[in-house]
Design a protein around this ligand. Sequence first.
Ligand code: SAM
Length: 277
Amino acid sequence: MTEDGLPPLREVIAAHGLAAKKSLGQNFLFDLNLTRRIARAAGDLRDCTVVEIGPGPGGLTRALLMEGAKRVIAVERDERTLPALAEISAAYPGRLEVISADALDVDWPKLIDGSAKIVANLPYNVATALLLGWIGVDQWPPWFSSLTLMFQKEVAMRIVAKPGTEHYGRLSIISQWRCVATKLFDVNRSAFTPPPKITSSIVHLVPRAVCEPVCDIRALERVTAAGFGQRRKMLRSSLKAVFDDPVAVLESLGLDPQKRAEELSVADFARLAQVTV
Ligand code: SAM
């Protein structure tokens, strides 16, 4: 038995026949010390509803409960995990609700009453889509007060990248315009079963109350898509997709039309989004 009185995760996997499926991005964490570190990175959970995506056999779920989460709502697509998760529910009466669903299809504001923190070791194949689904919405401020998420390290670097660096792009701009984003720590591939090919990283995002400069999120998506769709081109050329006269627009904002997208700040892109039609 482990500290929470439940069986070690390796035994849970064996008892319930949970061989990892690649198609579901299943790389499980067995070390409760590590999952508790991830849970603690989300801050104080005691008065909090936590939404977890992809609990799998429950390594992070158990950590969230051990760290005192008042309530955990865990959304899992793989029905094979439900009996293992039911055992955790029974050990923490009234504190764990498991929803058997594809997280990409969930209507979150309808499901979550009040505010929640999202904490997850995300399935890599849908991680970026889930993040953009949460932070790319029209309705802001959102239903969550923070996101503490595991990504492939390369995706984590894109989320927090600064202008002029290799990883800076659309994901950096949308993430940083909407949230304060911090990369917390790396998790070695050997921590997972089966080990993925690459290192993972934990990112913490806190939604901004007001996203400034204020602009329409869809317009911001259009200008960043145009700018980074042709990353090596000068903005005078790449922004033709969104402006009839990109040179005039750029000069009116005091921006050099010869620059490339990667040289503009998040605020510059938001100002460009303000003048799109
Ligand atoms: N939380 C567990 C851990 O840390 O050991 C498992 C993490 S594993 C990287 C990703 C989990 O997400 C798997 O349990 C997988 O079945 C689940 N999953 C994959 N796609 C999903 C989706 N679209 N919606 C909900 N869960 C999904």
